[in-house]
Design a protein around this ligand. Structure first.
Ligand code: NAP
Ligand code: F7E
Length: 344
């Protein structure tokens, strides 16, 4: 019997990687996609299967995690072995502009799943919640582990902390197999275009093709622990194969400033940037040609910033045997190469 998985957020970066990973593992995969006025399935078009053909393993359903009736009916009809709740308004800066929508989706959306599992009394279902390093906020620790305290600094981080706790609460109160994957930043060629990594690699690709577009950034001194989405979705799956539900950090245990990311990405196309100036006057230019490549735009700063992230994934490595295939250089290499291919 094939295992059946239900994924919310299937049209996002992680949803696409996870669906492909599970199909390779011989799962039947059901995804929840939002109705939108333009097509939003770019990331999964390569695995789309026509429902009318024989032996279909991949199904899409319209839905929204804020609609309890929708989530209840999908779980009841599909009766999955595993549910991966990846749906979210996942942009931290946007969460300051849309705090209520962000909370409805990121917090109450999770509760809708847990309530449906409880009400249907489907105890065999294993539930994965996409928790985040943003829940920790600015704690003064060099490397963050599952034992550290939470102190979120954005509506996004706060909404995700609600989900983290409600998952633990349903696990302990109703004996539901529900695990939190506390994932640090992970990127890929499928990363959303307004996250800083992809914004940088797309600009590098444009420069490679001769477009002279200045890259405008916000806080280039914040530090992030960046990994690759392909490695992290495997970790999600491993969490649900573990003998009991629990909370696990996935991280690379290294940290890099946005500025270093910019330098590394431009060096992939042979441009070594020089920086000068301070604050919003800081610029990056090419010493040889004097051409300016990067400027600071205060519109990209956030009302509050998480300055430093570095995660300790020892627990996942030890108990789940989780491994990473990518380091930051390999990740940036792949992102720049793919963006060069995609840019005309
Ligand atoms: P993403 O690319 O922004 O994808 C988010 C997905 O959620 C999209 O498919 C989106 O649909 C869907 N969605 C948004 N609101 C929804 C709603 N109300 N109902 C149903 N679907 C909804 O995010 P990602 O990078 O793949 O991240 C996956 C999950 O991991 C998210 O929960 C994110 O918060 C969390 N996370 C991400 C990272 C990271 O570094 N990537 C780290 C830690 C945790 P549309 O395509 O229609 O917008
Ligand atoms: O910002 C700084 C920005 O938007 C990274 C989400 O997947 O990871 C992600 O959240 C850093 C921040 O990701 C720009 O201020 C500078 O310090 O790429 P980001 P994020 O906020 O870390 C966590 C773990 C999640 O859970 C989230 O869902 O880069 N930065 N200049 C900029 N950021 C953006 N977006 N754009 C800029 O121009």
């Amino acid at each position: 019997m094939k295992k059946v998985a239900l994924i919310s957020g299937i049209t996002g970066q992680d949803g696409a990687y996870l669906a492909k990973f599970l199909l390779k593992k011989n799962y039947i995969v059901h995804g929840i996609k939002r109705r939108s006025s333009t097509i939003n399935t770019d990331r999964i078009d390569d695995i789309y299967e026509d429902r009318h053909s024989n032996k279909v393993n991949f199904f899409l359903h319209y839905g929204d995690v804020t609609d309890y009736s929708n989530i209840f009916n999908l779980i009841k009809n599909i009766n999955p072995n595993e549910i991966y709740n990846l749906a979210a308004q996942s942009h931290v800066k946007v969460s300051f502009d849309t705090p209520i929508y962000t909370s409805n989706t990121n917090a109450l959306g999770t509760l809708n799943f847990l309530e449906a599992i409880k009400t249907l009394n489907l105890k065999k279902i294993k539930f994965y919640q996409a928790s985040t390093s943003e829940m920790f906020g600015n704690i003064k620790k060099k490397s963050i582990s599952e034992k550290d305290k939470f102190n979120p600094v954005s509506p996004y981080g706060t909404s995700k902390l609600y989900s983290y706790w409600i998952v633990k609460n349903y696990r302990e109160s109703y004996n539901i197999f529900a695990s939190n994957g506390i994932l640090f930043n992970h990127e890929s060629p499928l990363r959303g275009e307004t996250f800083v990594s992809r914004k940088i690699t797309m600009n590098v690709a444009k420069r490679y093709h001769g477009y002279k577009e200045i890259l405008y950034l916000g806080n280039i001194y914040s530090k992030r622990d960046w990994g690759h989405a392909a490695d992290y979705v495997e970790g999600m799956w491993k969490m649900l194969q573990y003998k009991k539900s629990d909370d696990f950090i996935l991280a690379s245990n290294s940290t890099t400033t946005v500025k270093e990311f910019v330098n590394k990405a431009f060096s992939k196309i042979g441009i070594n940037l020089t920086w000068k100036g301070k604050g919003i006057k800081e610029i990056a230019f090419d010493k040889k040609t004097k051409e300016i490549y990067v400027r600071i735009d205060k519109n990209y700063f956030r009302p509050n910033e998480l300055n430093y992230l570095k995660g300790n994934a020892s627990k996942a490595k030890k108990l789940l045997k989780w491994k990473q295939r990518y380091n930051l250089d390999k990740l940036i290499d792949e992102m720049v190469s793919k963006d060069i291919e995609k840019t005309i």
